[in-house]
Write a protein that binds this ligand. Sequence first.
Ligand SMILES: [Zn+2]
Length: 234
Amino acid sequence: MHLFQVGAGSGGMAVLDLLARDSRITRITLVEPDVYAPHNVYRHLFPLSSVGRLKGELAEEWIRAIRPDVAFDARVEDITDPARQAEFARIAAECDLGVCAADNEAAKFAFDALMRAAGKPWTLGEVLSGGIGGWVHRFAPGAACYGCVASHLKREVTEQPSGPPPDYSNPTAAQPEATIPASKASIAVIAGMHALVTLEMLGERRPNPLTPFPKKGRGTEPSSVLRPLPWGRG
Ligand SMILES: [Zn+2]
């Protein structure tokens, strides 16, 4: 199956690492224009020695090291670039599933438009500022789009410029939204959920984190499918 992913930041790389370990994924197209920066290191999979290199190139090397059989196309491009839309539409038409791990609203809307036009399912992972939680969304063709979600969550379509420093002499004044980076631990939790939901959309028949656990009868043992696997097995 062909995975079309946008974003290989700290969240995108974590989810890609988890997805690429599934043998059903045989082809990956990744769109990521950014360079790996020193401030990325403390919450990323790549080492300090990789600073200065393209994230897409590093992602390709990471995946090839565990899945040399996967066809990997790393594109140093911006998903919102108007000049690339025809090419992205072709990729969307060819892929089986999309994964969005972009950190800005414009990229989410752009990917949504591409996947809706192609009639392909996709997922989106978002870690909240400060790492106090996050969301995983799944989008099926013909169902709610990202615009529906953004409207429901009352999100601004345009990015807000970062505000002035807080005015400590006036603690009750309106404060700009905090943009504290999330920890790697917080990102890992959401990336794990994002990967589970995405794998389920590939047709996996395993317990879905989004649906209730099956009811069990009084006095019966939990189903073996839900029994925890000891750490380290496999
Ligand atoms: Zn909609």
